[in-house]
Design a protein around this ligand. Structure first.
Ligand SMILES: O=P(O)(O)OC[C@H]1O[C@](O)(CO)[C@@H](O)[C@@H]1O
Length: 445
């Protein structure tokens, strides 16, 4: 079972801070459990691992099988919460090099998560003449980036398979009733999957949003849900042994001692996109009203040779959370070299995990000595079940953290500002006045 350890924390935060925070954590916990706190209408993810729609789950599996049988590639179109979780899980469990591997499952290409023409073009080139399907994902159904990308790939599908053939290869994951994507899907007869009303984008990886692309890659999605359900039970019991309580309490306390930036680190490169998912989860949930820990991420040991300098000696505003997902699946012992020209025979026969673990201990000691406190999140292994636990753990701790901070962890009003400006500057009808103001500002810069 997932565990949170505080590494030599006594020198950073007053003990027993957890006891002092317990009454506030209890309230935050009740708000999450009852949906009675700020943004409570978006706490559907709290019981999702127990209450998820079994009929839809079977349809997800059936759609994944169909895609596996009729497609060499799946284009997954989405941004933010409609993108990062699926990519995080696929890279973590299948490899960041998933598309390069020999396998029976389709390649997966993520598009619509930016506005780069080169990125779109490249995916079209990579797919070439291969059979492909599209999973377009947008809770609102109106987000510009995925909507634009979808135009390109839908046109491609129609060219290749004709209008009716294209309709059989498009899977839309969106709101059950509202939005342009839902209307289009109904009109065209695409198979649709639902982002439940009460689950916000960044908490939606365990809905069809994440599950369909993940299942297409052959990952055991039941295992993922089972792990999340286990952690849901642990969080429901709460208390000082609950890892989500411990993590939320420690980071809240650290924040109040001036640690304004949390860096999430892992010694496994396959964790990179799980960290991206985590950044959106915490950044959008906490960063508002002039408050919130800034979530950043690093990849060890690579970043110890770049960001390591700042972490060790830069502004003392950092704390670090290291995720460790059990032993690696492939023990790799360092070869012996009789001539020992590189002087590495002291490591001969040692497993890479052994070397990594010593590097991790050395890093924790160095960073905490340099004024960067450390939390360690450990899972038993790198399996769907453990990742399900980790996802739910981070979600629950995020809800608790937002409530401890006094903000609504389930809205994101700040992201509208750039959207309004972009629409105005692109000439979207209805934004004419703002367009005039913005153009004047651009001219006077
Ligand atoms: O699924 P949608 O509605 O396209 O939204 C994508 C992302 O955009 C945001 O709404 C921010 O603009 C995120 O909260 C969300 O995850």
């Amino acid at each position: 079972m997932l565990n949170v350890r505080l590494f030599q924390m006594k020198s950073f935060i007053p003990m027993p801070y957890e006891e002092a925070l317990a009454p506030r954590l209890k309230i935050a916990d009740q708000w999450l459990q009852s949906g009675s706190g700020k943004g409570g209408e978006f706490t559907g993810w709290v019981n999702l691992p127990r209450d998820y729609d079994r009929e839809e789950f079977d349809r997800i599996r059936a759609a994944a099988k169909k895609i596996q049988s009729d497609s060499k590639a799946l284009v997954v179109i989405g941004i933010g919460g409609s993108y990062l979780g699926a990519r995080g899980v696929i890279e973590c469990l299948c490899s960041p090099n998933y598309n390069l591997k020999k396998k029976d499952t389709p390649n997966v290409y993520f598009v619509g998560n930016g506005l780069s023409g080169d990125a779109l073009y490249e995916v079209m080139e990579l797919i070439g003449g291969q059979d492909f399907s599209v999973n377009v994902i947008s809770k609102s159904g109106t987000t510009t980036e995925p909507a634009v990308a979808f135009r390109f790939f839908r046109e491609r599908l129609v060219e290749k398979y004709g209008a009716a053939g294209a309709d059989r290869r498009i899977y839309a994951t969106t709101d059950k009733a509202r939005g342009a994507l839902k209307s289009l899907a109904d009109r065209q007869g695409w198979e649709t999957f639902v982002v439940p009303d009460e689950v916000g984008g960044r908490y939606s990886v365990l809905t069809a949003v994440g599950l369909l692309p993940i299942a297409v890659c052959g990952v055991d999605i039941s295992g993922l849900m089972a792990g999340a359900a286990e952690m849901m039970e642990v969080c429901r019991r709460g208390g000082s042994d609950c890892p989500a309580w411990r993590y939320a309490a420690a980071r809240f306390q650290l924040y109040h001692t001036g640690k304004k930036v949390e860096i999430l680190g892992s010694f496994d490169p396959s964790f990179r996109f799980m960290a991206e998912w985590w950044k959106q989860l915490y950044g959008e949930s906490e960063g508002k009203e002039g408050k919130g820990i800034f979530p950043a991420s690093v990849e060890f040991t690579a970043d110890l040779h770049s960001m390591g300098q700042y972490i060790q000696q830069g502004e003392r505003i950092l704390f670090e959370t290291v995720v460790r997902m059990g032993p690696s699946g492939h023990p790799m012992a360092v070869p012996r070299d009789e001539s020992d020209g590189d002087g590495l025979n002291f490591l001969a026969g040692r497993d890479m995990d052994f070397i990594r673990d010593r590097a991790m201990e050395g890093t924790l000691l160095a960073h905490s000595e340099g004024g960067v406190p450390n939390l360690i999140v450990e899972t038993e292994d790198k399996s769907p079940r453990s990742l399900g636990q980790l996802i739910y753990f981070f979600e629950y701790a995020c809800g608790l953290s937002g409530y401890l901070l006094g903000v609504n962890p389930f809205d994101q009003p700040g992201v509208e500002s750039y959207k309004k400006n972009m629409f105005a500057l692109l000439g979207k009808p209805g934004y004419e006045e703002l367009a005039g103001q913005l153009k004047a500002r651009l001219e006077n810069q």
